[in-house]
Design a protein around this ligand. Sequence first.
Ligand SMILES: *Cc1c(COP(=O)(O)O)cnc(C)c1O
Length: 387
Amino acid sequence: MSLSAFSLSTTLNHLKQQDLYRSRRVIDSPQGIELILNGKKVLNFCSNDYLGLANHPNVIAAFKQAVDKYGVGSGAAHLICGHSTAHHALEEELAAFTGRDRALLFSTGYMANMGVISALLDKNDLVLEDKLNHASLLDGGLLSGAIFKRYLHADSENLQAKISQSTAKKTLIVSDGVFSMDGDLAPLAELIAVANNSQAGLMIDDAHGLGVLGKTGGGVVEHFSCSQNDAPILVGTLGKAFGTAGAFVAGSEELIEILIQKSRTYIYTTAMPAAIAEATRASLQLIIAEDWRREKLTALVKQFRAGAAQLGLVLMDSDTPIQPLLIGESQQAMLLSQKLLELGCLVSAIRPPTVPQGKARLRVTFSANHQASDVDFLLSALEKVAK
Ligand SMILES: *Cc1c(COP(=O)(O)O)cnc(C)c1O
């Protein structure tokens, strides 16, 4: 028993006893509002495919054509021989889309966040993160070796107080644009004011806002009209509203060049397949052209919130397609998720440590492909299980 010193079974049993054991569901269909799970159709309310592009015919066609042209594997890292015309074109289009000088592709959002913070900071510096930031931002801050502090959620006074106490050489403020488990927005204007006030850098990870918020889907920075000067480091992921995979960082010419030189999660990893870049170019066209997807989401969210209020359900304060129902205890959240599944609705229970202790929730998300009747179906299922 070579792993006996690691007490694996004790740890696993402990997680089970606390209702914190995680297991995967095996899906036997494309992503969409309907999934096939254990041979049965279920309505899906937990995907981040907000615009319904993961299985869009244009995106699929672009992917297939690109596979014929480029093959499957990219063969190497971007700096060796893995950077294709497809990657390059996507970077230029993402820069134009976000109104930034340049953009740089990463293989995942997790890696982008680790790579950016580590490339910019060292142990003489300070990184300040919102308490509810995504795990990849927190891990990026820790990996950088900088002094690591968290400020109270969306609280710019608490942030300013922490900066005022500091004697660090450089300071980076880091926040989600849309908070992934709560659905609320970062107070961007206030964060920008604090950053300007204290000559700190500001990094916004808009994994859940891009494509969804803003007139043209430009995300939280478009929603609040923030230029590259206001929010100089913008991270976006491609696996959510874009419906593909990967991530990018957008910003100034110099920022992107520094990342190419110093970001270890950029340098030491294989480039995403070129076909993923081509598929993402197709989804970017749809994001820009098809306003109806954002309008539809707004209408679905409004319908859901009005219906939930009538049922006396307590939703968190969110206008985005992330509509969590705060439950409290993990066991209760798991039980409700199980009962909803029996009624044909897939809604995931989110438990600690993803969210704070005692704040387990059902994280409901909507897609532009949902219909009003789907929202009604979910509301009636929630009414049944709430009893
Ligand atoms: C999903 C997510 C990430 C990670 O992106 P991946 O491409 O899935 O690795 C980073 N930040 C936030 C806020 C996210 O929600």
